[in-house]
Design a protein. Structure first.
Length: 246
């Protein structure tokens, strides 16, 4: 994922030492206000990238679920023993085409060139290759989200979901096929749950970061506001004194 580059700490998805999950956010660890604002801006941008990634993932998952549901409707008739050979052949062709579409959707699920459903975001990947998202004003472990442990997306395609040998040529095969499809839908459902949880987490972080940014701007404006108030009071005092003299 390409995170915007702003002067300050490096924000990269790779090459960050593994750290614990984000348990809190630290916003005010820089002495320089300007540096603080730049890093807050960077963090807000990074959170937006994370939310975009979640959106891409949710969209692909929805398409995959629709495909599996359609295949399930075609496998169900195979439970009957009175299907004619031509009917079985027609359903088999439809299922094969849908499985090919499933693989295409899974392969095209990318964000900024990074594939999301090829197993690279699985917790089983070597820890050195895990992807992190920096969501605070610095790159401390508390401000990193490990996408591999948060999402834990296994490789997803027709073969890894167990659909490569899907057959409807007998009621027994049809029953087995339905069980495999239910398992595949369960895998996608768990991925969706983790994706939704991450999206909700990022929304909360985004709110905190926006509040921190507003507080910085308010503090930055405070000296000017104070001087304006003093000037106003001075003018008011002069006006009152002049009125008393008149």
């Amino acid at each position: 994922m390409n995170q915007k580059t702003i002067p300050g700490p490096a924000y990269k998805m790779k090459a960050i030492e593994p750290g614990p999950e984000t348990s809190g956010l630290e916003f005010l660890k820089f002495a320089n206000w300007e540096t603080n604002l730049k890093n807050l801006d960077q963090a807000i941008h990074n959170v937006s990238l994370g939310m975009e990634l979640v959106s891409v993932l949710d969209n692909a998952s929805s398409k995959l679920e629709d495909i599996l549901s359609q295949i399930k409707q075609w496998v169900s008739p195979a439970l009957a023993s009175n299907l004619e050979d031509t009917q079985v052949a027609t359903l088999a062709v439809k299922i094969s085409l849908k499985l090919r579409e499933l693989d295409q959707v899974a392969e095209s699920c990318k964000y900024n060139g990074q594939e999301l459903l090829n197993g690279s975001l699985s917790v089983s990947v070597n820890a050195d290759a895990h992807s992190y998202l920096v969501v605070g004003a610095n790159g401390s472990p508390e401000n990193r989200i490990n996408l591999n442990t948060s999402l834990n997306i296994p490789p997803i395609n027709s073969k890894t979901l167990g659909l490569g040998a899907l057959s409807i040529h007998s009621p027994q095969n049809g029953l087995k096929g339905l069980m495999v499809l239910e398992n595949a839908l369960g895998i996608l459902n768990r991925v969706n749950q983790r994706s939704t949880a991450l999206g909700t987490h990022l929304q909360g972080i985004q709110l905190h970061l926006s509040t921190a940014m507003e507080n910085h701007h308010a503090a930055d404006m405070a000296p000017d506001s104070y001087e304006q108030a003093r000037e106003f009071l001075k003018m008011a005092s002069n006006f009152i004194n002049k009125s008393k003299g008149d």
